[in-house]
Design a protein around this ligand. Structure first.
Ligand SMILES: [Zn+2]
Length: 98
């Protein structure tokens, strides 16, 4: 898990490029690019089933083309992050139990 160097908030993967992941702070919006190899603690992302991965990729490429976000869109995205985060945490917990 990554934490914001600015405010200590929780950082979630906001955008994924070929060899980089953009993490964004959920509290202050600070963002940081991390190469995939450096973010090895986030291998869970790569471990998602193929179908889910495709959907995520589609969403990401759509988001890229979009104009700057409105407040409403931000709120919506934050909800999405929360869901993703929840899934990630669950997968991690399940992994630990093994
Ligand atoms: Zn922050």
């Amino acid at each position: 898990m990554r934490f914001c160097p600015q405010c200590g908030g929780f950082m979630v993967p906001a955008r994924r490029e070929q060899d980089k992941i953009l993490f964004r702070c959920m509290r202050c919006g600070y963002s940081e690019e991390v190469s995939v190899s450096e973010s090895a603690d986030y291998t869970i992302v790569g471990a998602t089933p193929k179908e889910e991965r495709t959907i995520t990729t589609l969403k990401v490429s759509e988001a890229k083309k979009r104009p700057p976000k409105t407040l409403e869109e931000w709120e919506q995205e934050r909800e999405e992050y929360r869901e993703i985060l929840h899934e990630l945490l669950q997968e991690e917990l399940e992994g630990v139990e093994e």
